[in-house]
Structures are given as structure tokens and as C-alpha cells.
Ligand binder design. Structure first.
Ligand code: NOJ
Length: 555
């Protein structure tokens, strides 16, 4: 199979509001992202994915788009975007942008037309229904907040559907004009040169045409990677994931493939589907739909070797032959990984993310070990958090701390108060960590360099090994069939405990009889025991090479 750039890429997810504020309004902007491209190029990632920067009333911080082809002045201008894109390409970085097909803002021209003229052509671009025969919403579908997904319009008395906030009405993809209009949006950005899209809420664009009620879920279960309260009271059978989405994604893929060489522009999909065979259907039967449906499996997996093994195996078993898996450990919607696994394990989480086969998404700040920020109630901004505090995502959106010597840690150029409270990771700001070879930032950079240079890490082969309690161990090899210890293989050992673990029986014998060489370790502080071949230090993650010298090489 021909290798394309995204087959083993590391995609750095930028949340622009929280990256770097160059114009002094306390909110990050596109020129801020451009200023930090050298940082990202030094880090060694392959691509950026930018969360929305389009015109928006910001009810959901940009996921409520009011004009898909305009840059919101908060983030800059279209010219700023073009400059950023050129500069990213100049730095060897691809650029993916968010694409939000399921809903718009209620201030979008399309919805204003639909609302104003019930007999007009735009009415059917959204999902309108009369009240149910007994009065009330047309069916039992609910939003993430557990309340009805339908809002009644005073004028005319019909209800419109919204999977999220009432100010974010769902588009009706059953109307071909909607697909055409949204594909025009895609063309607009592809014509400017973007390398693809991250498709927001990919399963939501096809719902049951009969709008049947969802059945109740068994109490106390969540089909999601975290407890979503009221939303989890239903099985979301009919309000998403209808098979009619497949032709739509096939069309989107064909559109992407019509730009330049087929396979160069891609769709990365947000797919919150935790039944892995069902998740794998987003690749398309002939791998002709989403190039990279994201799996969120690791976000809901306990930080224990057995749990991680089970999740990774189940996902890899479900991936169709020839398809590429995409892993994430953090996002702008989830608790920070360093808080979830604990600061001592943050380096192991990074090591796992960057040594699994396929592509990886690295959420901005995770390379610093950013913890969840403390956000006092009066500073909550997330609409989910304002409605249901337990769902708040603000703590994962805290501004990037660039340098220690300003009140805003270098996030704003003017020192103005950032839009969310700052937090500094234990290893310090970017500037501190760049100067410290034992920092998570330095580890991440070294790991990315190792990944680039290693044929084994680019390969699909992964085999878990029997390992002492608390240790996760696997070999990585260029192909799925190679025996552990073959030349060019790497072995990854993660000590998920805070005790040293002897390695006596861990490292499998190598065919050549020679020793495994530790080519990477997370245990870099002066006080970490130097353990040689005999043991893993507390919380140490290590990569071992079976090669006989010269280090791992990409072939
Ligand atoms: C998923 C996005 O990641 C999230 O931030 C947003 O609120 C919803 N989609 C709605 O667009």
C-alpha cells in the first residue's frame, strides 16, 4: 500500500481561543497560532487541526457557526488565515480545520431564512415538525443536557430539532440542497489550500427518517467514554448513526479526493461510537468514507495494563484491513489526561499515545502535562458547564502558559486577564520546559524524533507481552506477523505503578541472543534510579531496541 502523509501522522490539536493572544483581548487568535508555528515544527508534529475560528455568536465557542466562510473578528481575518496556512505549509505542517455539518448557529442566514419563511425553500434545510398529537415535542430525543432536543417556535407553533443548545439548530441532510451548500463550504476551504477537515459529530448527520423515539438505556450505563447524566438515560439508536450517512461520507471523500492527488486531503471524523465494529463502519466498506474516524477508547479506559490491553486489542481487531487507527488521550471536551492518570503518569500516557500503530492526536498543552485548571463558578464560560456544572469543559481549555515572566504567562501580549483562568503544569511553562531535558515537553520532542526514525513505530505490528502486575508491555514491528525480538523491532514497557519493577522475565529472549538496548526512557530526573536492564524505575516508561547498534532505523 502506498504510504500517505496521514498514515502515521501526529496531528496537533490547537484550540485557538486558548493558544496565544496577540491583540490583547484575552482570547487567542490566528496570528497567535502563526507565531507559534516554529514551536510546533521544533516539537516535530506533522499537522495541525484548528478548532473553529469561523464567524459565530460563540454560544458554543465557535461550534455554533453563523458564517462558514468568514473568520470571526475575534480570531482575525481571512488574510490572517491565509498567512497562517502558508506559513504552516512553509514549516512542513499540514493544516486541518474543523467542519461542523450537523448544526449551525440560529443566527446563520440559512436558519434566519428558514425561520422567517415557513413556505420558503430554506425551511426544509432544518428539521421542523408539528407538536406530537397529544401536544409537546414530536419525539423523546434529548440533548446532551438531558432535556428535549426540540424547541417550539412561538410563531407558527412548529418545533425545530437541536442536538445541542437551542441556538444550534440541526441541519436536514435529507434535503440535497443542504449537502450541496455544505460541500460548497468544503470547496471554499479546499480552494484556499487546507489539507482536510475534522468532521464534528460525524454520526449526527443521519437520523431515523421516521424520527422514532429512542428506547431507554439500562440504568447506570453509559455508551460514552464518560458519564453524561441525563443523556445516558436513552439508547441513542435513532437520533444518530443512521446508515444513510454512508453515501454522504462517500461523497465527501470523493470531493476531497478530487483535490490534487487522491488521498492527499482527508477527513478526520469525531465519532463517539464505542461499539468498535459499529465504529469501524465509518471507514466505509471500501475504505472510501472517513479517512480517519477517531476512536475515543483510551479516554474512558482505566489506567491499568489489563484495561488498556483490552481496549487497544478490541479496537485493533475491529479496524478493517488497510485502514489506519487514530488515537487520542485528550481534547477540548474532556478532562486533561495529566489529571486523569496523575502527573507521575503523564509521560507514560504520552509514550502510549505516540507508540501505538496509526495516527495520534496530541491536544495542545498535553505535551506540557497541563492539569485540569481550577475554574471558580463565577468564571465558568462553557455553556455545558453553565447548564450542568459536571459537564463543564473549561478546565481543559485553560490558556497555554508560554513563559514564566508575565502575569498571563505570556498568553496575552498585553498582560490582560485571559478569558479563562491560567494554570501552570508541574514542569513549568513552555520556556521552562524547553530548557529542561527532563521535562515532558523535551520527552515528547524526543519521542516524536524516535517515532519519525523508527520503522517499527511506523509499522502495524503490535503484540502484547505477559508482564509483571502494573506493567504494560508490547512489541512494535514493521509488520503484524514479525516475531518479537526480530531485528528492527521495538519493545515498549510502561510501569504504571509508583514502585520499581524488576524486569527479570519481562524482556523476551532475542533471536540473536544479544541484550535489548534502552533507547528511550521517561525516567530522566537526577533522582530516578538508573536501573539498567534489571528493572523499571517507579513510573518509568521505556523503549527498547532489538537492533544490534546504531539505534532504530526507518527502512
Ligand atoms: C463536538 C465538539 O468537539 C464540541 O466542542 C462541541 O460542543 C460539539 N461537537 C457541538 O458542535
Amino acid at each position: 500500500m502506498e504510504r500517505l502523509w496521514w498514515h502515521d501522522a501526529v496531528i496537533y490539536h490547537v484550540y485557538p481561543r486558548s493558544f496565544l493572544d496577540t491583540d490583547g483581548d484575552g482570547v487567542g487568535d490566528l496570528p497567535g497560532v502563526r507565531r507559534r508555528l516554529p514551536y510546533l515544527a521544533r516539537l516535530g508534529v506533522d499537522a495541525l487541526w484548528l478548532s473553529p475560528f469561523f464567524a459565530s455568536p460563540m454560544a458554543d465557542f465557535g461550534y455554533d457557526v453563523s458564517d462558514h466562510t468568514a473568520v470571526d473578528p475575534l480570531f482575525g481575518s481571512l488574510a490572517d488565515f491565509d498567512e497562517l496556512l502558508d506559513a504552516a505549509h512553509g514549516n512542513g505542517l499540514r493544516v486541518l480545520i474543523d467542519y461542523v455539518p450537523n448544526h449551525t448557529s440560529d443566527r446563520h442566514r440559512w436558519f434566519r431564512d428558514a425561520r422567517a419563511d415557513p413556505a420558503g425553500p430554506r425551511r426544509d434545510w432544518y428539521v421542523w415538525r408539528d407538536p406530537s398529537p397529544g401536544g409537546g415535542p414530536p419525539n423523546n430525543w434529548i440533548t446532551l443536557f438531558g432535556d428535549s432536543a426540540w424547541t417550539r417556535e412561538e410563531a407558527g407553533g412548529q418545533y425545530y430539532l437541536h442536538s445541542f443548545l437551542p441556538s444550534m439548530p440541526d441541519l436536514n441532510w435529507r434535503n440535497p440542497a443542504v449537502q450541496e451548500a455544505m460541500f460548497d463550504v468544503a470547496r471554499f476551504w479546499l480552494d484556499r489550500g487546507v489539507d482536510g477537515f475534522r468532521v464534528d459529530c460525524a454520526p449526527l448527520i443521519a437520523k431515523d427518517p421516521l424520527l422514532r423515539d429512542n428506547p431507554p438505556a439500562a440504568t447506570g450505563t453509559s455508551a460514552h467514554h464518560r458519564d453524561l447524566g441525563g443523556f445516558d438515560s436513552q439508547l441513542h439508536l435513532h437520533d444518530q448513526g443512521h446508515p444513510d450517512l454512508h453515501p454522504r461520507y462517500r461523497d465527501l471523500r470523493a470531493l476531497l479526493d478530487s483535490y490534487g492527488e487522491p488521498g492527499e486531503r482527508i477527513a478526520l471524523g469525531e465519532v463517539h461510537e464505542y461499539d468498535w465494529p459499529a465504529w469501524s463502519r465509518y471507514f466505509g466498506r471500501d475504505l472510501d468514507e472517513l479517512n480517519l474516524p477517531i476512536n475515543f477508547g483510551l479516554l474512558g479506559t482505566d489506567w491499568h495494563p489489563e484495561a488498556i490491553r483490552t481496549t487497544v486489542r478490541a479496537i485493533l481487531d475491529a479496524v478493517p484491513a488497510g485502514a489506519v487507527v487514530t488515537w487520542v488521550m485528550g481534547s477540548h471536551d474532556d478532562p486533561r489526561v495529566a489529571s486523569r492518570v496523575g502527573p507521575a503518569q503523564a509521560a507514560n500516557a504520552m509514550l502510549l499515545l505516540l507508540t501505538l500503530p496509526g495516527t495520534a492526536i496530541l491536544y495542545n498543552g498535553d505535551e506540557l502535562g497541563m492539569p485540569d485548571a481550577a475554574v471558580p463558578p463565577e468564571r465558568i464560560r462553557d455553556p455545558w458547564g453553565l447548564r450542568t456544572p459536571a459537564l463543564s469543559r473549561d478546565h481543559a481549555r485553560s490558556p497555554m502558559p508560554w513563559s514564566p515572566d508575565s502575569p498571563s504567562c505570556g498568553f496575552t501580549f498585553t498582560g490582560v486577564e485571559p478569558w479563562l483562568p491560567l494554570t501552570t503544569p508541574p514542569g513549568g511553562t513552555v520556556r521552562d520546559q524547553e530548557a529542561d531535558p527532563s521535562s515532558l515537553l523535551s520527552l515528547t520532542r524526543d519521542l516524536l524524533a524516535l517515532r519519525r526514525a523508527s520503522a517499527a513505530l511506523h509499522g502495524a505490528g503490535l503484540a502484547f507481552l505477559d508482564s509483571p502486575p502494573g506493567v504494560l508491555a508490547y512489541t512494535r514491528s514493521p509488520g503484524p506477523g514479525s516475531p518479537p525480538g526480530a531485528g528492527g523491532d521495538l519493545l515498549v514497557t510502561l510501569n504504571l505503578t509508583d514502585q520499581a519493577v524488576p524486569l527479570d522475565h519481562l524482556l523476551p529472549p532475542r533471536p540473536s541472543g544479544g541484550p535489548w538496548r534502552r533507547v528511550f526512557t521517561t525516567a530522566r530526573t537526577r533522582d530516578a534510579a538508573h536501573t539498567g536492564q534489571g528493572a523499571l524505575a517507579p513510573a518509568e516508561g521505556a523503549v527498547w531496541s532489538a537492533g544490534d547498534g546504531g539505534g532504530p532505523h526507518r527502512t
